[in-house]
Design a protein around this ligand. Structure first.
Ligand code: HEC
Ligand code: HEC
Length: 159
């Protein structure tokens, strides 16, 4: 092959690669949520006001209902743009608890039968700042809650 042809080929190849990369970037922007993103989006969007609760703490039906009514979320508005909402909803349901024993999917983790049994002896003390803490604030008693570990509670809220 004539070296000039070879060089032309290499240039064409580089142009093709650059075009391919540009297409990939464009596609990524169009899709907005790469397949691996929901966990990160979940932590950011659903960990803003409280612990990003591990999905396996509620059955899929509970998550679905919760994420379908984010505009009325326990007295607050936690609405999301539709792509984020849909991605989080699918991700939560995929990783949800497979415990289908509950006749009615609980509205809260803290209202689930297993939760009430585990915490039957746990009393929420009045907080020094006035008022009461919330059982929903898992990390107050479970220091490793953000890592999804709940076995090492000391029963004394740490804040
Ligand atoms: C604007 C603040 C805010 C955002 C954002 C938010 N939440 Fe909440 N969430 C709350 C409040 C307030 C409560 C009630 C906490 C309490 O009772 O102490 C709550 C409670 C919950 C509970 C029940 C906890 C329990 O008591 O068992 C779940 C589950 C939950 N949120 C999931 C989510 C998910 C999923 C998202 C993201 C789509 C989200 N939250 C985003 C404010 C928020
Ligand atoms: C006021 C303190 C307190 C709060 C708030 C609290 N827990 Fe607990 N939790 C405990 C105690 C105490 C135990 C029992 C001690 C133990 O088993 O380590 C326990 C036990 C558990 C267990 C069983 C652990 C095991 O290995 O048997 C799980 C799971 C759990 N909690 C999850 C949660 C989640 C999720 C939240 C938030 C929605 C939460 N807890 C909020 C104090 C608390």
């Amino acid at each position: 092959m004539n070296p000039l042809d070879y060089r032309r080929g290499a240039v064409r190849l580089r142009v093709l690669v650059a075009f391919g990369l540009a297409c990939m970037v464009a596609a990524a922007q169009a899709v907005r949520l790469p397949a691996s993103a929901p966990a990160g989006i979940y932590e950011r969007e659903c960990g803003a006001c409280h612990l990003a609760y591990p999905p396996e703490l509620l059955p899929a039906a509970s998550w679905r209902r919760l994420v379908d009514s984010l505009d009325r979320h326990f007295g607050t508005d936690a609405s999301l743009d539709e792509p984020s909402r849909a991605a989080i909803s699918a991700w939560l349901q995929k990783h949800a608890s497979s415990d289908a024993k509950a006749a009615k999917p609980p509205e809260r983790i803290t209202l689930a039968g297993w939760f009430m049994r585990e915490h039957a002896q746990v009393v929420l003390p009045a907080s020094p700042a006035g008022g009461r803490g919330s059982m929903s604030d898992c990390a107050a008693c479970h220091p490793a809650a953000a890592q999804g570990r709940f076995e090492d509670a000391d029963g004394e809220p740490s804040r």
